[in-house]
Design a protein around this ligand. Structure first.
Ligand code: ATP
Ligand code: MG
Length: 243
């Protein structure tokens, strides 16, 4: 039992949930370490949505709304942390949801798909083929899903795959607390915010933006500005802590 008055209550609850999902085979052990890296960067950014991250979330909504075939790519950590947040985002953004795993087994694919469906997510059912130019199993995706997408939202992405998707001419939106990662630097749009803070904001903007606002925002995107601001926030946070 985690006492609710513990100063790290929320973080401990999330860790407990991830450990439970790891025991069930939904989150990989490697996924647990990736979460730890995310938590470290969240400390640096003050565990809050910064002003620039909120603009990035609004821009993400604009890109999804302007897309012809938007797809949300879901891995084990995303399913474990945010399955309950995905139905509303899917509804408001009209995006397809496809499961894509680095540590891919039929059993994990089934378990993650079931977890998402139990929450009301409509998950793509086609057969995956090795369609991305990658030597590992994240190369698998569905025609009609990620392969044909023009805009892909890939939370907690791996750098290799982000670059492969960009190389195929796709607009890649990622959510990554580390503004220095290869993913953050190679995505079309990087949201430097924690996944479960970012997703509800994108969902809300998907229903509030007008068509004209969406087109204007999507056209004015400059990712380096978001990355630079996140780095500055972290520097500011660190110098305050050291004062
Ligand atoms: P890259 O492959 O892009 O160079 P990496 O190898 O350092 O990055 P990965 O393990 O591929 O990182 O991906 C995990 C990324 O997701 C990390 O950068 C981590 O900061 C981030 N991350 C983990 N949990 C969260 C979360 N809940 N919200 C946002 N970002 C997160
Ligand atoms: Mg990586």
């Amino acid at each position: 039992m985690i006492p609710p008055d513990h100063p790290r209550y929320r973080s401990l609850l999330v860790r407990e949930r991830l450990a439970r999902y790891a025991a069930e085979g939904i989150v990989s052990l490697e996924g647990l370490t990736a979460h730890g890296r995310g938590e470290a960067f969240d400390y640096l950014i003050g565990e809050k949505t910064t002003e620039s991250a909120l603009i990035a979330e609004k821009t993400a909504a604009a890109l999804l709304l302007c897309a012809k075939n938007p797809v949300i790519s879901v891995n084990g950590n995303t399913a474990a942390l945010a399955a309950n947040l995905l139905p509303a985002l899917q509804e408001n953004s009209r995006a397809k949801v496809e499961v894509n795993l680095f540590h891919r087994t039929d059993e994990r694919m089934r378990k993650i798909t079931r977890l998402l469906r139990d929450q009301g997510v409509r998950v793509e059912e086609g057969t995956a083929e090795r369609l991305l130019p990658l030597s590992h199993d994240r190369a698998f995706c569905q025609r009609g899903g990620i392969f044909d997408a023009d805009v892909v939202l890939v939370p907690l992405e791996d750098g290799d795959r982000c670059q492969a998707l960009r190389g195929m001419g796709k607009t890649v939106i990622t959510i990554d607390l580390n503004p220095l990662s290869r993913t953050a630097r190679s995505a079309s749009l990087t949201i430097v915010d924690e996944l479960t803070r970012a997703l509800p904001n994108i969902t809300t903007y998907c229903s509030s933006l007008t068509r004209d606002e969406a087109v204007m925002l999507a056209g004015s995107l400059e990712n380096e500005w978001f990355l630079a601001d996140a780095r500055e926030e972290m520097k500011r946070g660190l110098s305050h802590a050291l004062d």
